[in-house]
Design a protein around this ligand. Structure first.
Ligand code: F6P
Length: 359
């Protein structure tokens, strides 16, 4: 199969580095004489008539694109094409319309940049529509397996670490416990990584059951030893004391609010003043970090190489300091959580960071 024309889309929640990945794809493709069409708003662009898509030329891929947050193509993390919410409240399978839209573009293969949910949807569409597909991992949550890093995660960690850098002096000035709630969906990767990098005293992640009484005891010991501030990082999917996840605290979108629950309870248990910062979408927007720019362009270039080699139904991945690819089926089969016995957790413990455990 000869590849002359690639389609590309960004799908799922946005993150920093998506434009850098587009740049990698477009520049690598054009060097091989391959034209690239960008599909707008994820699969939604293929539902629109006329299909919403535009040519992506090397002229667009200047240094500015590399630095820009978000995605110039737009994206969506709503509207699963297989269960698409209709105005009357019903759910419709609109996959055939999307495949018809794809055929209108005349592309030979699709590069889909997405997280586990969107890559699973794209894979199903590719299977149904006979679309040769290569996936690129992106998610600030870093919960895709078989890749050490997904686009967006490094910048999100940097932002959460910066937040701790900014919270520490004000915490120390006022003698407060500062609680920082970070994103990550069901995984605690952002929390544990930024918590270690930012000098947190306590890190609560969904993978490790916690007791706020145990946390309060640890903070009280710190206080007795002369500490006059504390930094607590909480992953958004950490449960409250009754084991329930807290939702609705972030303008109603999914998880959000556990930081307030933790701060209230720690104030009661320690007598210390607490304040909460919900970092939210600051972790997604903004210019990509150097690592994200690098990973995104490596992934973009390698995705083009895979397409040229006819190696479809695969996702590019980073493993052992090298770019590899893995079957898409394996990449979306399960979600990667923080290993409670892994090096980050053991490092945190060795540093004296409390992880909420009772023992
Ligand atoms: O999956 C990425 C993510 O940012 C999660 O960390 C977070 O829970 C969710 O998306 C927020 O989604 P939305 O942008 O719809 O509020």
């Amino acid at each position: 199969m000869t590849i002359r024309h690639l389609g590309v889309l960004t799908s799922g929640g946005d993150c920093a580095g998506l434009n850098a990945a587009l740049r990698g794809i477009v520049l690598a493709a054009h060097r091989q004489g391959i034209q690239v069409t960008g599909i707008r708003k994820g699969t939604h662009g293929l539902l629109a008539r006329p299909v919403e898509a535009e040519p992506l030329s090397p002229a667009l891929c200047d240094g500015n694109l590399l630095r820009r947050g978000g995605t110039i193509l737009g994206t969506t993390n709503r509207g699963n094409p297989f269960a698409y919410p209709m105005p009357d409240g019903s759910l419709a399978d609109r996959s055939a319309e999307i495949i018809a839209g794809w055929r209108q573009l005349g592309c030979d293969a699709l590069i889909g940049i997405g997280g586990d949910g969107s890559l699973a949807i794209l894979r199903r569409l590719a299977d149904q529509g006979g679309i040769p597909l290569v996936g690129i991992p992106k998610t600030i949550d870093n919960d895709l397996p078989h890749t050490e890093v997904a686009i967006g995660y490094p910048s999100a960690v940097d932002m959460a670490t910066l937040a701790l850098d900014h919270l520490q002096p004000t915490a120390a000035s006022h003698g407060r416990i500062m609680v920082l709630e970070v994103m990550g969906r069901d995984a605690g990767h952002i929390a544990i990584t930024s918590g270690i990098a930012g000098g947190a005293d306590v890190i609560l992640i969904p993978e490790i059951p916690h007791s706020l009484e145990a946390v309060a005891r640890h903070l009280t010991h710190l206080m007795q030893d002369g500490r006059d501030f504390a930094l607590v990082v909480v992953a958004e999917a950490v449960t409250d004391e009754s084991g329930q996840t807290v939702t609705g605290g972030n303008a109603g979108a999914g998880y959000g609010g556990i930081g307030h629950v933790v701060a209230r309870r720690l104030a009661e248990l320690t007598g210390w003043e607490t304040r909460v910062t919900v970092l939210g979408h600051l972790q997604r927007g903004g210019a990509p970090s150097a690592r994200d720019r690098l990973m995104a362009q490596i992934f973009g270039v390698h995705a083009v190489e895979l397409a040229l080699a006819g190696r479809f139904d695969r996702m590019v991945a980073w493993s052992g300091r090298g770019v590899i690819s893995v079957p898409l089926a394996e990449a979306v089969a399960h979600s990667k959580r923080v290993d409670p016995d892994g090096p980050l957790v053991t490092t945190a413990r060795s540093l004296g960071i409390h992880l909420g455990e009772t023992t």
